[in-house]
Every structure is written in C-alpha cells, then in structure tokens.
Design a protein around this ligand. Structure first.
Ligand SMILES: [Zn+2]
Length: 92
C-alpha cells in the first residue's frame, strides 16, 4: 500500500513539475517558433508610404496593421518601389 501511495504521489509531483516546466518553457518555444516562421518576413512597409523597415523599427511598429506590407527581402521591397528607411537602415 505504501508503495502505491508513494507512486501516486510521485506521479502527481511529476505531472505538476511537467506542467510548471511546460508553462515556463512555452513562451520561449513560441518566441523561437515565431522567429523561425518570421524568416519569410524580413522587412515591412506601409501601403501609404514607399519606405521599408526592419520589423523592429519604431516607425514600422507605428504602421497600421491594415496598411502593413511585408517583404521577404530588400530586393523584394525595391521591386515594389520601396526605399530603405533612414532610421533603421535596412540593406539596399
Ligand atoms: Zn525604419
């Protein structure tokens, strides 16, 4: 009986630990997944301007999501008539 009880206790402790670890790990895992899936979006621009930015640029973050245009590369942005931002300086 004691063995059974301690096994159940162990199982409870383990599942609690897995839950805690899982919760602790998931934001990082999600961040990595987002970075990996975000590799196709290298630069962003606004439909109302002809400037492209790094997605991290303050100007890029002010773009209205409904006007957001994404580019897979600098060449892609230039092919669509965009020029690099003078603040975040993406490659030309
Ligand atoms: Zn910028």
């Amino acid at each position: 009986m004691t063995k059974k009880v301690s096994l159940i206790a162990l199982a409870v402790v383990l599942s609690a630990a897995i839950l805690v670890l899982g919760c602790g790990k998931s934001p990082q895992a999600q961040g990595r997944a987002a970075q990996q899936s975000g590799q196709s979006v290298m630069y962003v621009g606004s439909a109302n301007s002809n400037v492209y930015h790094y997605p991290t640029c303050a100007s890029a973050q002010r773009i209205n999501p409904s006007n957001l245009v994404t580019f897979s590369s600098a060449a892609d942005a230039q092919a669509k008539g965009y020029r690099p931002c003078k603040v975040c300086r993406p490659p030309y």
